[in-house]
Design a binder for this molecule. Sequence first.
Ligand code: ZN
Length: 438
Amino acid sequence: LSKEVIEADFTFVNGQLVPGVQVAIAGGMIEDVGRLGLRPNRRFDRCALLPGFVNAHSHAFQRGLRGQGETFPSGGGSFWTWREAMYGLVESLDADGFYELTRTAYREMRRAGITTVGEFHYLHHADAGRDYALDRAVVAAARDAGIRQVVLSAYYRAGGFGLSLEGAQRRFETASPEEYWQQIDRLASEIQGQAQSIGAVVHSLRAASLEDLTAIHAEARRRGLVFHIHVEEQRAEVEACLEAYGTTPMAAILEAAEVDASFTAVHCTHTTAADMRQYLAAGGRVCVCPTTEANLGDGLPEAASMFEQPSTLCLGTDSNVRIAPVEEMRWLEYGQRLRHEARGMVAGDDGAVAPALFDVATAGGAASLGVAGGRIEAARVADFVVLDLDHPLLSGAREDTVLAAWITGGDERCIVATAVAGVWESATGQLVQTPDPG
Ligand SMILES: [Zn+2]
């Protein structure tokens, strides 16, 4: 990986677009940022240089369901009827099919400006024999698509509160916490140093006992791994948990695990205000997936406190029914506008929405995944998005309004190039050679 100096008309530093900044990169990392007085060997005219988006929650293979399950002959569907369709896809996939779908989703992510994906990976086995063949495939797909990946390898042991695994769910099974860590160790030997890492996951309280949650989370902390879990996406999960344990899932988690800033709860759609305050006070993070939550009819997040500190939030494309971080940012804010009949729900201390949303979609995700990304600063990864300031969708915007214009009125067509670890790709997916620094 060679050295280079990059310059665009504007660079996103400290929450704003600043002119005349050079970014020096070497070995896939940012070395220095500022008015360095260096001659750039890569220049982007009429463009802005931004950190790449971080997608903190993805199930890439679910890309295969796009367009399916959108007809409702009996008058209506739900998350649970969608899940039956997803299980149908699971039954039909072998390791090659899974690899192809995952790589397709990752290529689409890269074109949309996503440079890091947190893959919440629970479909482990090509058959019911617990072969973990799809763990190798998920790692290979990210490598071949050129996207940074955190494999959030999921523990999945039960088919519901107190229920055993049935049918397609056997493809998800890990038999014990001991087997879980043995597989994590095998996975660690297969990932590629700089651009891939591992996080720990318990799929949900539907899929694991509280004892197993406690054990896996404690070991994840001991190893210094980030930890993710689905929490309260559906009211039925909250009701089943109340029946099984006499508390909400979030209250059970706060009891069973020592939550801190390495803990990310995904969705929290139906989390109560009281549970959310306690969770945030412990340092926990929340990942919201607005497009998927809308598509599945999950609901809008109820606990307004989760939007008061945007630095604890991150975003995911989850089912990948649409892969567009710009839309996820837009609907994070719009969902709350519609719910509360007010504007400016996800805003920074200065009241500005666009930089706060952009921070959620970049630095928030990087913090959740334990990746040194999400900002253009020294010692962060050299992962970038280049925004075309002359794109017609952005016409009329100035440097102080262009980010808001992009989030409300633009999309991935405004991106001209991306980089992961300093390796450049044009928006059409062509590799762009690094110029000779000589
Ligand atoms: Zn999910």
